[in-house]
Design a protein around this ligand. Structure first.
Ligand code: SF4
Length: 352
C-alpha cells in the first residue's frame, strides 16, 4: 500500500481525505466513500496505486476530444472505483467495483454492486514505457475516475513529461482545487463532464449534493494551468434533457470558459439501473447542439451517433467542412496550419 497524498489527521486517528470534493472524514480502519482509500492507524493509504483494470491504445477522439492532436493514439488506462454513483454508469463494471476486498478490517459501506473485476499492477515506469513502445502521443487516465488513483497519475504524469509525452484526464471534475494544483503543472488536457446545471440534476445523476465546485475547478484547469479543455454532457432522457438545463450549461461554458471550448453532447445508452430508459433520441441531441450554437459556442458535437454530420468540425465563420470523422476515425483533415483553407479563420486547438 502507498500512503495517500493530501489528507489531514483528525482526533482519534481519523483522517480527512482532500483528493476529491467529498472530503470524506474516515475513522480508523474504515475507507472513504470510493472504497479506494483506507485509514490504517491514522495513516491514509491508497489501495489502487498502479492497479490497472483496463489498458489499451485508443485514438484521442474516443475520450472524446476533437481539438487536441486529432487522430493521435493514446495509452489509455483505468483502475477501479468511483466517487460518484451514477445509476446509468457505462463503466459500472469497474467504477462500481468493490475495491480491495482483501482488507477485511475495512467495512464496505458505500457500494451495492460487486463485479469481481480484477487488476494487474503496472508501475509508473512500465506505463510510460508502454506509451513509448506503442508510439503514443500521450497517456490518458480514463475508464474510471482518474482522481482516485491520484498518486499514481501524478507520478506517471511527471515521468511522461520527462519523456516528451502528453497527459490527459477524463474526469467527472470532482477533484479538489489543491489536488488539481499539484498535478496541474504536469497535465496537458482535461476532458470534463458537466452532467447538468442544477443541484437536483446532479443529485439524481451522480448522487452528489453540489456541482458548483466542479465548475470552479474546470475554470481553474483552463485559466490557471492552461490545460486544453473539452466538455461532455451525456444527455439522459428525463434527467438532464430539458432546454433550460442545456441552455444554462452552454451559456456557462461560453461565459466562463469561452466560445472556443468544444462541447460534446452525447447519446445516453441504457445501462445498469437506467436500463429501462430508451437511448436519447437523435432529435434531442440535435436540439442540444442548436442550443449550444445559439448560445455562441463555436464547436458543438454530437457523440455516440455514428455517421452523424454533427461529429464533424466545420469552420465557425464560413461553415466549410474542416475535419470529417467517422466514429473515432478521421476521414479527412482539411485544416491548413490550424486555419480554414477557405476563409483563413483560425480554429482553436492543437491540430499538428
Ligand atoms: S477520493 Fe475517495 S476517500 Fe477521498 S474524498 Fe473522494 S470519495 Fe472520499
Amino acid at each position: 500500500m502507498v500512503e495517500a497524498l493530501l489528507y489531514d489527521r483528525l482526533p482519534e486517528r481519523a483522517v480527512r481525505c482532500n483528493i476529491c470534493q467529498r472530503r470524506c472524514e474516515i475513522p480508523e480502519s474504515k475507507r472513504g466513500y470510493c472504497l479506494t482509500r483506507l485509514n490504517r492507524g491514522g495513516t491514509l493509504y491508497t489501495l489502487i496505486y498502479g492497479e490497472v483494470s483496463t489498458l489499451m491504445v485508443s485514438p484521442i477522439e474516443k475520450k472524446p476530444m476533437f481539438h487536441f492532436y486529432p487522430g493521435s493514439p493514446w495509452l489509455s488506462l483505468g483502475s477501479l472505483g468511483c466517487n460518484f454513483r451514477c445509476p446509468g454508469c457505462q463503466n459500472w463494471e469497474i467504477a462500481h467495483s468493490r475495491v480491495g476486498q482483501e482488507y477485511p478490517d475495512a467495512q464496505i459501506e458505500a457500494q451495492d454492486i460487486s463485479t469481481g473485476r480484477g487488476t494487474e499492477y503496472v508501475s509508473p515506469e512500465q506505463m510510460v514505457g508502454l506509451a513509448e513502445d506503442y508510439k503514443c502521443r500521450g497517456i490518458s487516465w480514463t475508464y474510471n475516475e482518474p482522481t482516485l488513483w491520484f498518486e499514481y497519475t501524478l507520478k506517471g504524469a511527471k515521468l511522461a513529461r520527462g519523456k516528451g509525452l502528453l497527459t490527459n484526464y477524463v474526469t467527472n471534475g470532482y477533484i479538489t482545487p489543491e489536488a488539481l494544483d499539484l498535478i496541474g503543472p504536469y497535465l496537458d488536457s482535461y476532458r470534463v463532464d458537466i452532467k447538468g446545471f442544477s443541484r437536483s440534476a446532479y443529485r439524481r445523476i451522480a448522487h452528489i449534493n453540489g456541482f458548483e465546485g466542479i465548475l470552479e475547478v474546470a475554470k481553474r484547469a483552463k485559466q490557471r494551468w492552461g490545460m486544453h479543455l473539452e466538455i461532455v454532457t451525456n444527455i439522459i432522457p428525463g434527467y438532464n434533457d430539458s432546454k433550460p438545463q442545456l441552455k444554462r450549461i452552454a451559456s456557462w461554458i461560453k461565459k466562463e470558459l469561452g466560445e472556443d471550448v468544444p462541447w460534446h453532447v452525447t447519446r445516453f445508452v441504457p445501462h445498469l439501473k437506467l436500463s429501462h430508459l430508451e437511448p436519447t433520441p437523435v432529435t434531442t441531441l440535435e436540439g442540444a447542439r442548436e442550443i449550444g450554437l445559439e448560445q455562441g459556442l463555436r464547436y458543438v458535437y454530437l457523440g455516440n451517433v455514428p455517421g452523424h454530420p454533427g461529429e464533424n468540425t466545420c469552420c465557425y465563420q464560413c461553415k466549410s467542412l474542416l475535419i470529417e470523422r467517422s466514429v473515432f476515425s478521421i476521414v479527412e483533415n482539411r485544416l491548413d496550419n490550424s486555419r480554414c483553407p477557405e476563409c483563413g479563420a483560425r480554429i482553436a486547438g492543437i491540430f499538428s
